[in-house]
Design a protein around this ligand. Sequence first.
Ligand code: GAP
Length: 505
Amino acid sequence: MTAWQARAEPESRCPAQRGTRVEPRVILVPDIIIKDEFVVLRGFMADHTLEDIISFAKRRGFVYQTSAIYGGLANSYDYGPAGAELLRNIRNLWWREMITKRSDMVGLDSQILLHPQTWVASGHVASFTDPLVEDKLTHNRYRADHVIEVWLKGHPEKQASIVIENLNTAQMSAFITDNNIKSPEGNDITPPKDFNILFETAIGAVSGQKDVAYLRGETAQGIFTNFKNILDSTRVKLPFGVGQIGKSFRNEITTGQFVFRTLEFEQGEIEYFFDPEESNWEDLFKSWQDSMWKFVTGTLRIREDHLRWRRHTDQERSHYSKDTYDLEYQYPFGWKELWGIAYRTDYDLKQHQEHSGVGLEYTHPQTGKKFLPHVIEPAVGINRLFLMILADALTVSGDRTVLKLSPELAPSTAAVFPLLANKPELVDKARGVFNLLLGHGLKTAWDDRGNIGKRYLSQDEIGTPYAITIDFDTMKDDTVTLRDRDTAGQKRVKIGDIINTIHQS
Ligand code: GAP
């Protein structure tokens, strides 16, 4: 058992030294789980509860429970029309800021299914594990550290005596026994076991000739396995980074944290390669921390007082990592990891070189020195960015709900309304304005249903920064009403000036 397994919030699931294989169990849930699990909503001050956010996200087409018509699937969600746009905008901004705008970065799009040896070399097959306990009566399964975390919230007198992050499985087991800790259902639980969260699948059309394969547990390994390809096919030179966005899969035990912790999720990962003799890792690490902070507070406009850095303790840090920090956000269920950054040294390249027998060394262009570069890895969950953005932007005042998204994130930049849907001249004029905005690349919504006030409120809720109404005055003087989402202020603007006005706001 290594330290990472014992964290209260062990997101950095680098492979530990050993793991016990437990058969995964699919948990079917009747509806989006919002209260039955025990990690959520315990004593934190936040603007909104997780229930508020879940119900808002469903009502306005951001997130739906997956396959709800069949009763749903635990820890699995679909993104609706508004959510799909928001997710896409997050991805695009991450790619733009982390890759496109930097001359020292290149992108990659590797497979979800890699050669199975990849996961042996990386250590995931042996030990990509979480500590699992089982309710002896209901057979529901939970993460041991989460059970302890919740128990501690009800026993503040014990909190000073224990740091969950520092407990290994044996110590967790002892703590559970000593304190007679029960499952969330109040029943006895089994001692913690190491549960491998790597998703296994099989390749092969012919029965009996199947080969085990794994859905990737992190996108990072595709970067390491392509390191030589990138060196050979591009003109990169150290220090440089490779970034990619893509789906990863983990057989998560804990349910009830909405899109924060899902079986299938998207990661935006960067491996930043450097020569440790030429670059100071601490400087690079700090500079990546600055980029992460700037992205979250600047590009995504998240409130700084909802963010903090937390350094991993020696016990919880991955065995390959020399230093790890989490950028944490204050989610409705407490401070949790949003974005991790680790100094992974040359651990992964070394492992892949040994297991594949292929040389992965970099040759210094001037000196000819051959060596395995070291890496700094900033790794974020796109869905965690998504949940953070919803939680931060959701503003309720009286009967008005406004999603105060930055215009770059908003599912639509503008909405166009003909004042009356049964006046063809207004509808035609409005269609012209709609097409004008689309022609300028602005994602534009159309709404001709109900009264104008309700249409404004509806667009406020999904974060559309501008609403444009075409009325009878438009027919006379070619002006429209341009309404600002945040102030609800309105002004008349010439149709020919709409684009500039939006761009300048
Ligand atoms: N390559 C390093 C790595 O995968 P990690 O901390 O396990 O490190 C990186 O994962 C990020 O991926 C986390 O900071 C988190 O934002 C996101 N993440 C991890 N597990 C997740 C899950 N089950 N659901 C949603 N996001 C997850």
